[in-house]
Design a protein around this ligand. Structure first.
Ligand SMILES: Cc1ncc(COP(=O)(O)O)c(C=O)c1O
Length: 450
């Protein structure tokens, strides 16, 4: 496959073999969120956003596996470096009890492992005063550990604050922070003392004109968050708040971008009340938005960052002062033990820097938005994004779903989020040609269902 000339082509999507594989997979797999019967054939050609499925269809994947494969398929920027690694067993060690190295001196690794990944992450968060990392297995675990260290650091403060529309994972602690679809919390026990306030996502909102509910009173321009914490009128004592957790840009909730007024007020309330701010960067981090972290776009100054997806492992990042000193407060067999994933994480971060992929994300994201806005299909009510975290909002839920299906039939993979939004997540090194092809396919799908 030549990435520079290949074009998607589809005989039938999903084809017969994909249906067979999907039903084989589901025979013993617990029901989860499978979106469509796309079955990647790992033995066939794939590069960048292009891949071949088990029926020989060549697809354009603008999901990047929900941002978890930030450089797409078989990217030589990664694979060429990983080719130096002769597979060993185990590739996952009990990293909370043991260390690993490639035999070189620390900091000079050809084959970087968990220590190098933590070193890199500390470096990439040093502007927030962070220097310490706890690696884990997933995004939800990164969130669990973030709230654990926040609870511990606040000496028993019992409240947490989250935002309407939020998604932070599916484990019992993390799910308590969710305020997007009810399916994430229904019938599950939750940690107590989690309050929510609106997330103001109308980009035109100001404190005086806000219709999102975050600034409920245009006269006073005092936010709900500030009202809640008011020493006399509020219903939550700020000294008992252990953390405020926010996705700098909401993901599952519908690619909701905070208004400037919201971002300013959040930063100022956190500062005024000296609250611990957790930025959940599991979807927005690792260069996806054109900055290393979503928070870098806004005035917020996180005390704790959670990462996962593009890093290939979960990461809770903060300052050593916030992490518990006592042994065994945090641990996990495979925390800091996944050699292969850590290596992929380091190479990904290095590729982002070496090949200016954040600049590319900004330029290609702009190209996508301009193309979609210029075409201005009636069914589309908003095209938004930062870098390559892009959302297309439709007039109805049904239309969004129909467009997702129509795009799939043409060989373009996209994902839904929120109620009416399609998310577009091309790999960070996507080219101008690939964006043109993808936007064209999407516009064609929209026209088809209109
Ligand atoms: C913002 C955010 N937080 C947490 C998670 C949970 O991550 P994981 O699925 O790796 O547990 C996700 C996953 O989509 C996410 O988008």
């Amino acid at each position: 496959m030549d990435r520079e000339t290949v074009v998607p082509h589809v005989d039938s999507m999903p084809g017969e073999r994909a249906k067979e594989w999907a039903s084989y997979h589901q025979e013993h797999a617990a029901p989860s969120t499978y979106v469509y019967d796309f079955v990647w054939d790992i033995t066939e050609d794939a590069e960048g956003p292009f891949c071949t499925d088990v029926d020989g269809n060549v697809l354009l994947d603008f999901t990047s596996h929900v941002a978890a494969a930030p450089l797409g398929y078989n990217n030589p920027k990664l694979l060429d470096r990983m080719a130096e690694f002769d597979l060993v067993d185990p590739t996952k060690i009990a990293g909370q009890d043991f260390y690993v190295s490639d035999g070189s001196s620390p900091g000079e690794e050809e084959l970087p492992g968990p220590a190098a990944l933590m070193d890199k992450l500390a470096d990439l968060t040093s502007h927030y005063g962070m220097d310490t990392v706890f690696l884990s297995n997933s995004g939800a675990e990164a969130v669990e550990n973030a709230i654990k260290i926040a609870y511990d650091n606040s000496g028993g403060a019992k409240y947490g604050i989250t935002f309407e529309g939020a998604f932070h994972g599916r484990t019992l602690g993390a799910l308590s922070l969710n305020r997007s679809k009810s399916v994430y919390r229904r019938n599950f026990p939750e940690i107590s003392g989690v309050f929510d306030v609106p997330f103001c996502d109308d980009r035109s909102c100001t404190a005086e004109t806000c219709s999102c509910g975050f600034f409920p009173d245009p006269e006073s321009a005092v936010s709900k968050l500030r009202q809640k914490l008011h020493p006399k009128k509020g219903n939550v004592d700020a000294s008992e708040v252990s953390y405020v957790i926010v996705e700098p840009i909401q993901g599952e909730g519908g690619y909701r971008f905070p208004s400037d007024a919201f971002a300013d007020e959040l930063a100022s309330v956190v500062e005024d009340y000296d609250l611990t701010l957790i930025a959940d960067e599991i979807q927005t981090g690792v260069g996806r938005t054109g900055e290393m972290w979503g928070a870098d776009h806004y005035p917020m100054e996180p005390d704790i960052i959670t990462g996962a997806k593009g890093l290939r492992v979960g990461a809770t990042i903060s300052n050593s002062d916030i992490f518990p000193e006592e042994k065994s407060r945090l641990s996990s067999t495979w925390g800091a033990g996944d050699i292969l994933s850590s290596m992929q994480g380091v190479f990904t971060l290095e590729a982002i820097e070496e090949y200016d992929l954040m600049d590319n994300a900004v330029a290609r994201g702009r190209q996508f938005k301009e193309t979609m806005r210029d075409a201005a299909p009636d069914a589309v009510v908003d095209v938004r994004g930062k870098g390559l975290l892009l959302g297309v909002e439709f007039d109805t839920h049904e239309r969004r779903n129909a467009v997702l299906e129509a795009a799939l039939k043409r060989g373009l993979l996209t994902l839904a989020c929120g109620y009416k939004v399609l998310r577009i997540l091309p790999p960070l090194d996507v080219t101008e040609r690939e964006i043109d092809i993808g936007a064209e396919m999407l516009l064609d799908a929209i026209e088809d269902v209109s």
